[in-house]
Write a protein that binds this ligand. Structure first.
Ligand code: AMP
Ligand code: GLY
Length: 447
């Protein structure tokens, strides 16, 4: 029987977890406040786990949602489920390898003949690294293990010779990474497709494009994500319907492959980071949880009761659950400390008094900020996210931009995210990759 007034608890402390919490709170099927099991920060994994288990035992939630990747990779879901019998939205440690080990994921796709891998090889030592990098020409080096999206280095962007590449592999292998993946450097546009998954059924969310580079014009170091947008038609301006289908088919096939490979059901969010290239859609990486910032876009649009979706994931009935999103556009912009990501200022005060109040068209999420006596202080990472929601991108962009640019303090943000100029740039990039006929279809579909 459908239970009313469920108790939920969350793990994590960031804008994404805050968005999850607010989405739960909108449901009249949930008891508030939502339980907080752990920030999962500044604690050793062992101590953090013990604290989570103790708190969960006290709170006795009906289910737990895990926000960030570290607790998943540490096996928090296994412990909560096995020791306390509480179901979780988030995969077990074995399944979370999908994010925690790029070698695992590349091999999974190869073994199960799932389309989407670039040319790649996994190395456990330096033997053959130099030859493979030379053979590929353009190459990308990825450490096996979690790196907060910052460990990937690309030839001609971060590595300027084959020797640079070999040295980077050496550094990674001698600093605790069990392996490195070297793969073909792809050219194309990136996008994120997040799907709810109950182990068997896979239901896609709205497509989002994140912006990983720190500075305007997609230059500078990689970050956790400076901002993101989604469109009112739930696709993206540089994608053809067949590209969306290809990405969706990969998520579905991966859910099946995980079940076949491990005998376990993946219950949570399958987040595919894809690139549309000349040759079709390629998988860059998987994340085993909601994206940050992508969650801020998609959950702002979710019309279906989120608690119904969580329940369907747990019960394995996602196939019978309708999942609807509003037909609106969203633009998310993060303000980050000056110097982010390499050398961010910390402890400085920021002033949000000039920012418009939250409304149906503006959502504000706190991330790496400390609140002391009503004032906000930077703690060194992405600080505050502003999400504009509107009938089209231009509207959503102006709402987010007005809010982000009103913050005073030693911070910056990417003014170009969601602007017509940057979108046109993405479309022009696709023109250089797609056949003429496909490009004409792209223009017909969107504008
Ligand atoms: P990942 O953590 O695997 O998503 O990689 C981080 C970033 O590196 C991605 O968002 C891309 O911008 C870039 N990247 C990853 N893999 C490739 C690839 N094979 N070719 C070109 N760029 C890549
Ligand atoms: N948007 C990048 C991430 O969530 O890892």
């Amino acid at each position: 029987m459908r239970k009313n007034k469920l108790k939920a608890a969350i793990i994590g402390k960031d804008a994404r977890t805050n968005a999850i919490e607010r989405c739960l709170e909108k449901s009249n099927r949930i008891q508030t406040p939502i339980g907080k099991l752990s920030d999962w920060k500044n604690e050793k994994a062992g101590a953090a786990k013990e604290n989570v288990l103790r708190k969960a035992q006290e709170l006795k939630p009906d289910f737990v949602i895990v926000g960030p990747e570290e607790p998943l990779a540490e096996g928090i879901v296994d412990e909560i489920q096995e020791k306390l019998g509480i179901p979780c939205i988030g995969p077990t440690r074995e399944l979370a390898q999908l994010e925690a080990s790029k070698a695992f994921t590349r091999s999974l796709l190869s073994k199960h003949r799932i389309q989407g891998n670039p040319e790649y090889r996994v190395f456990h030592n330096l033997e053959g690294v130099e030859e493979y990098a030379k053979e590929l020409g353009g190459y990308v080096i990825k450490p096996d293990g979690l790196t907060g999206g910052k460990g990937v280095k690309i030839s001609d962007v971060h590595l300027f010779s084959v020797q640079n590449g070999v040295d980077y592999c050496k550094e990674l292998l001698s600093h605790g990474h069990p392996a490195v993946v070297i793969e073909e450097k792809l050219d194309g546009e990136e996008f994120s497709l997040q799907s709810f998954c109950d182990g068997t059924n896979v239901v896609d969310m709205v497509l989002v494009q994140d912006h990983k580079r720190a500075y305007e014009g997609d230059i500078g170091p990689n970050t956790g994500g400076m901002g993101s947008y989604s469109c009112e038609n739930h696709s993206l301006p540089f994608l053809l319907p067949r590209h969306v289908q290809e990405a969706s088919a990969i998520n579905r096939a991966v859910a099946q492959a995980l079940l076949a490979e491990t005998g376990q059901k993946y219950k949570g969010i399958l987040y595919g980071g894809f690139m549309v290239t000349r040759a079709g859609v390629r998988l860059l990486e998987y994340n085993a949880r909601f994206g940050d910032p992508e969650t801020l876009n998609v959950l702002s649009l979710l019309k279906t009761d989120f608690v119904d979706i969580c329940e369907a994931i747990i019960q394995g009935s996602l196939g019978e659950q309708s999942v609807e999103f509003e037909r609106k556009a969203t633009v998310c912009k993060y303000i980050v400390p000056d110097g982010y990501p390499d050398n961010p200022v910390k402890g400085e005060r920021i002033d949000l008094s000039g920012v418009p109040k939250q409304s149906d068209q503006l959502k504000i999420y706190h991330a790496a900020v400390e609140e002391k006596s009503g004032e906000l202080y930077l703690s060194g990472s992405r600080a505050v996210a502003f999400v504009g929601i509107g009938k089209n991108l231009s509207h959503a962009q102006s709402v987010a931009e007005e809010a982000a640019s009103a913050v005073k303090g030693p911070v910056f943000h990417r003014r170009d995210i969601g602007t017509t100029e940057l979108i046109q740039h993405r479309i022009a990039h696709m023109q250089s990759l797609l056949a003429e006929e496909d490009f004409r279809e792209l223009l017909r579909n969107h504008y």
